[in-house]
Design a protein around this ligand. Structure first.
Ligand code: ATP
Ligand code: 3PG
Length: 400
């Protein structure tokens, strides 16, 4: 792994304005953060800089706002959770550039921590727009990237800033890269990957390369419905991206050529409403009622998945198998997580899992600490697995 500068190289920062890119894209329900793991992971970097007397200015995205600012995706909602984890006051500015940001920064004392509003409220962020990056850079003397989980995005706050300011990796960025290299740099076969969740369109392309690197690819969640539909199974009202059928078919062809088994659900738990405790039944995967949706994979599928895990030496997991936030559709994710944890404790398995909701699901199952390594990254983790260059990491390695 190519070298990059870390906080150890960042000396004499008292009074300096340090722009720190963190990932605060945390799960939220009814306005409350339901899993603070990502905040906990960036806390050491933030507190270290604050204790050294820097003015710590946090940059982050939250969700995927489509048309500019929206109150439900304001990072202001996250401030209390960040304060609780840090046990430190956190100031907030209503914009990440312009007068609101500049005024808030001007008022900071050494050691203060300020969170700027969602960078994605400006469409220029995702375009890595030069003028927008410059506007962000105006508030900092130094840039620290501690958001490994957003490092697969070449955005202004994840990549562009590192070209304008002296750039350093934060403690979590450093730890994630070191741990992934150690656990998965040279994975011992057989390798089984589980990919589930809801971000079908942004993750499906990654599977094209992943099938060349693993012995079996277990597909669950919304991703499975897309593959099932592609092979002609009627998925009723399930979360499914029908327009990705050709991509799914191509992945199945690539997998067959590479000798990678594709493991799709044999049965599913279906309901007519997306809510906790909704009436539900287990059906064979070819018998999904037209007016129902699959919200979890069924018990036969769990058995098949666990049998693959039992034969594996390395497990890589991103994306829950079902809508685990609403009982009883957490059953498969919990059962598989517990079995993987058991195999890991018995020293038969190296288990690495990643993703905001995946971490939350492992915490929900009570086994996150039993996995070999739990990354905060989902998409970035899968891209790293594929062997892709992550722009946010590459720019640190190039070193300004
Ligand atoms: N069958 C399903 N139908 C609807 N939603 C599902 C289904 N299976 C899983 N999900 C949802 O998928 C979401 C998690 O997917 P996602 O791809 O965001 O995973 P992740 O671990 O957070 O990865 P990342 O960090 O890349 O976001 C959960 O909110 C879960 O409810
Ligand atoms: O949740 C994630 O995986 C990261 O925060 C990146 O989010 P994105 O997929 O919306 O870029």
């Amino acid at each position: 792994m190519a070298a990059f500068k870390t906080l150890d190289d960042l000396t004499d920062i008292t009074g300096k304005r340090v722009l720190v890119r963190v990932d605060l894209n945390v799960p939220v329900k009814d306005g409350k953060v339901t899993d603070a793991t990502r905040i906990e992971r960036v806390a050491p970097t933030i507190l270290e800089l604050s204790e050294k007397g820097a003015k710590v200015i946090l940059l982050a995205h939250f969700g995927r706002p489509k048309d500019g600012p929206s109150p439900d995706l304001s990072l202001g909602l996250i401030v209390p959770a960040v304060e609780e984890v840090l046990d430190h006051a956190v100031l907030f500015a209503s914009d990440c550039i312009g007068a609101p940001a500049a005024d808030a920064v001007a008022k900071m004392n050494n050691g203060d921590i300020l969170l700027l509003e969602n960078t994605r409220f400006h469409k220029e962020e995702e375009k890595n727009d030069a003028a927008f990056t410059k506007a962000l850079a105006a508030n900092g003397d130094v840039y620290v990237n501690d958001a490994f989980s957003a490092a697969h995005r070449a955005h202004s706050s994840t990549e562009g800033l590192a070209q304008l300011l002296p750039a350093y990796a934060g403690r979590t960025m450093q730890a994630e890269l070191e741990a992934l290299e150690k656990g998965l740099g040279n994975p011992v076969r057989p390798v089984v990957a589980i990919v589930g969740g809801a971000k079908v369109s942004t993750k499906i392309d990654l599977l094209m390369n992943l099938v060349k690197k693993v012995d079996a690819l277990v597909i669950g969640g919304g991703m499975a419905n897309t593959f099932l539909a592609a092979r002609g199974t009627n998925v009723g009202k399930s979360l499914c991206e029908h327009d990705l059928a050709d991509t799914a078919k191509q992945i199945m062809i690539e997998a067959a050529t590479a000798g990678c088994a594709i493991v799709l659900p044999e049965d599913g738990v279906v309901a007519r409403e997306f809510k906790a405790g909704a009436d539900n039944e287990v059906v064979a995967i070819e018998a999904i009622p037209a007016d129902a949706m699959v919200l979890d994979v069924g018990p036969k599928s769990v058995e098949a998945i666990n049998s693959w895990i039992g034969r594996a030496t390395t497990l890589v997991w991103n994306g829950p198998l079902g809508a685990f936030e609403i009982a009883p559709f957490d059953a498969a994710t919990v059962a598989v997580a517990k079995y993987a944890a058991e195999c890991t404790k018995a020293r038969k398995l190296t288990s690495v899992a990643g993703g905001g909701d995946t971490v939350s699901a492992l915490n929900h199952a009570g086994v996150a600490d039993d996995f070999t390594y739990v990354s905060t990254a989902g998409g970035a983790f899968l891209e790293w697995m594929e062997g892709k260059v992550l722009p946010g990491v590459a720019v640190l390695q190039a070193g300004k």
